[in-house]
Ligand binder design. Structure first.
Ligand code: FAD
Ligand code: MLT
Ligand code: ZN
Length: 461
C-alpha cells in the first residue's frame, strides 16, 4: 500500500477491507460496457452502514472521488472507475434484514442480488416483481440507482414503484432515512425519488425496504411471429385489449439469430422478420382470450405464426429467446441505445427510427429488441471484429445525435431504464431541459457539497 491516501484510509479505518491488486482493480473498475480502461485507486468493501459513512467522510476530507458499486451489470458506464476513484462495493452488505407480513415489505441491505430478494419474497408467499436477465448478479442498490425496469414493467412498473423506503449515505457521510414505508405520506418532498435513478451521484444507498405483492398467477408464454414492423403495436393493442399482460417483449430475426447461435432452440421451422414474447395468466378464460387475439391478428395479417407453452420447461425455452439476447451479443462489445417514448408515440417513432438507422448504419449489424409494451426499445449496434473500438464508438455517437433529435421531437427519453452514466451524458439535454438540469445540479450540491459522489456520471461537474 504505497499511495499516501490509502495509507491514510487504512490508518483511519483499520478494520475496513481494501483491495488493491491489479486484477481486483480491473474487476471492480468496469461494468458491462467494457469501454473504459479501469483505473480505480482501490476497492473498499464495507460491512456496515457505519463503515460506509466513515469511508465517505474520509473521502470527503481527502477529496477522493467515490464510485458506488453493485453487481456492475450496468450498461451505461455508471459504475466505471477509470480516474483513480475509490470504488465502494456493497457486495458484503447483502443480507435480508427483515420482513413485515402486515405491511408486506422486505428490508434488505443494498448489496443483495435481485434474485435473492425475489427468493426471500417467495419464501414468504409473496412476490418482488422487478425482474430481468441480470437478476443473479445485479444488486438492489444498483437497481434503485438506475430505476431498473425489465420484463414485467408492462404489468408491475419500474423499481421506483416498489421502493417503500431507503437509507442513503449522502456525500457528506450523513445517513438519511427516507420513505418510512408509509402508504400515505404528504409531508413535503419525497426524497426517496431523488435517490432512485440518481446513479450514485448523490450518495450510497445502503438499505431498502421493498414493497411486495401477491404472487403471480400461473402463466403461459406465447411466441408470435410477425411479418412486418408496422404490425407490432397493433398486435400489442389486440392482446392488451383482451388480457392482463405480464410481459410483451419484442425481438427481430437478427436478435434471434444470435441467441440461436448461442445455444437456444429454434422455435419455428421457418424464419420470420419479427417476434414477440408475451406472457399472461394460464387460466381457461385467459387462454381463450389469447387464442382469440391470435386468431384476430392472423386474420388481419398481423401475425404469421405462433406457439404457446405447454409446460414450464417450454415457457423457459421461449423466454430464453428473449432473455438470452444480451449475453449472446456480449462478445461484439455492442454500442447500446436504450430509448423510450410514450406508447401512443411508438408507431411514428418506430417508423422514423427504422428509416434513420437503415440510412445511417449500412456498414454495421443492428439488433433491435426490447420492452415494446412499455414504449422501450433497445438498439444494439455490433462492432465488427476488425474495427478499433474508438472508431466504432465515434461512428455510433454520430448516429445517436440524430436519434436524440428524433427522440426530442417525439417527447422521448435517451435512457429508458439503463441510466445515463458515461455513455449517454452528451445526450441528456434531449430529454431534460436546461432548467431541469440546473435543478439536478442544485440538488447534487446540497447532498454532495464536495462533489465526490460518482463525479462525471449523469452530467459533468
Ligand atoms: P452497477 O452496474 O454496479 O451500478 C449501476 C449504477 O448504480 C452506477 O451508477 C453505480 O454507481 C450505481 N450504484 C450501484 N450500487 C449503488 C448503491 N448501493 N448506491 C448508490 N448507487 C449505486 N436493466 C434494466 O433496467 N432492465 C433490463 O431488462 C436489464 N437487463 C439486463 C440484462 C443483462 C444480461 C445485463 C448484463 C444487464 C441488464 N440490465 C437491465 C442492466 C443492469 O442489470 C441494471 O442497470 C441494474 O439495475 C444494475 O445493477 P448493478 O447492481 O449491477 O449496478
Ligand atoms: C434487456 O432488456 O435485455 C437489457 O435491458 C438490454 C440490453 O442488453 O440492451
Ligand atoms: Zn431492457
Amino acid at each position: 500500500m504505497t499511495d499516501a491516501r490509502l495509507a491514510s484510509l487504512s490508518a483511519a479505518l483499520p478494520a475496513l477491507r481494501l483491495l488493491t491488486e491489479p486484477a481486483e482493480l480491473e474487476h471492480y473498475g468496469r461494468d458491462w460496457t467494457r469501454r473504459w480502461q479501469p483505473a480505480p485507486l482501490a476497492i473498499a468493501l464495507p460491512e456496515s452502514v457505519e463503515e460506509v459513512q466513515a469511508v465517505v467522510r474520509w473521502a470527503k476530507a481527502n477529496a477522493v472521488a467515490v464510485v458506488p458499486s453493485g453487481g456492475r451489470t450496468g450498461l451505461s458506464g455508471g459504475a466505471v472507475a477509470a480516474k483513480g476513484e475509490l470504488v465502494v462495493s456493497l457486495e458484503r452488505m447483502n443480507k435480508v434484514l427483515g420482513f413485515d407480513a402486515v405491511d408486506r415489505t422486505l428490508t434488505v441491505q443494498a448489496g443483495i442480488p435481485l434474485q435473492l430478494a425475489q427468493e426471500a419474497a417467495r419464501e414468504h408467499g409473496l412476490q418482488y416483481p422487478v425482474d430481468f436477465a441480470a437478476r443473479g448478479s445485479c444488486s438492489i442498490g444498483g437497481n434503485i440507482a438506475t430505476n431498473a425496469g425489465g420484463i414485467r414493467v408492462v404489468r408491475y412498473g419500474n423499481t421506483r414503484e416498489w421502493v417503500a423506503g431507503l437509507k442513503l449515505v449522502t456525500g457528506s457521510g450523513e445517513l438519511l432515512e427516507v420513505g418510512r414505508a408509509l402508504v400515505k405520506n404528504s409531508s413535503g418532498y419525497d426524497l426517496r425519488h431523488l435517490a432512485i435513478a440518481s446513479e450514485g451521484t448523490l450518495g450510497i444507498v445502503v438499505e431498502a425496504t421493498l414493497r411486495l405483492t401477491d404472487p403471480p398467477p400461473p402463466t403461459n408464454v406465447m411466441l408470435l411471429a410477425l411479418p412486418s414492423f408496422d404490425a407490432l403495436m397493433q398486435v400489442f393493442a389486440a392482446f392488451r385489449a383482451r388480457l392482463q399482460l405480464q410481459a410483451f417483449e419484442f425481438l427481430t430475426d437478427v436478435a434471434l439469430k444470435h441467441v440461436l447461435a448461442h445455444g437456444a432452440q429454434a422455435p419455428f421451422a421457418e424464419s420470420h422478420p419479427f417476434y414477440v414474447v408475451t406472457e399472461f395468466a394460464s387460466d381457461e378464460a385467459s387462454e381463450a382470450e389469447a387464442l382469440a387475439a391470435f386468431e384476430q391478428c392472423l386474420e388481419q395479417g398481423l401475425v404469421s405464426d405462433g406457439v404457446i407453452s405447454a409446460s414450464d420447461a417450454q415457457a423457459a425455452q421461449l423466454w430464453r429467446l428473449r432473455e438470452g439476447i444480451t449475453e449472446s451479443l456480449a462478445r461484439y462489445v455492442p454500442y447500446k441505445n436504450d430509448v423510450s417514448v410514450r406508447i401512443s408515440a411508438m408507431p411514428a417513432f418506430l417508423a422514423e427510427t427504422q428509416a434513420l438507422l437503415g440510412r445511417e448504419y449500412p456498414q454495421f449489424e443492428v439488433v433491435w429488441f426490447g420492452h415494446i409494451g412499455d414504449g422501450n426499445l433497445h438498439i444494439n449496434i455490433l462492432k465488427p471484429e476488425a474495427m478499433a473500438q474508438d472508431a466504432f464508438v465515434t461512428g455510433c455517437e454520430r448516429v445517436t445525435k440524430l436519434l436524440a433529435q428524433v427522440l426530442q421531437a417525439h417527447g422521448g427519453s435517451i435512457s429508458a431504464e439503463h441510466g445515463i452514466g458515461l455513455v449517454k451524458k452528451p445526450y441528456l439535454g434531449c430529454t431534460r431541459s436546461e432548467a431541469e438540469i440546473a435543478v439536478l445540479r442544485g440538488i447534487k450540491t446540497v447532498l454532495d457539497p464536495a462533489g465526490i459522489m460518482n463525479p462525471g456520471k449523469l452530467f459533468d461537474p
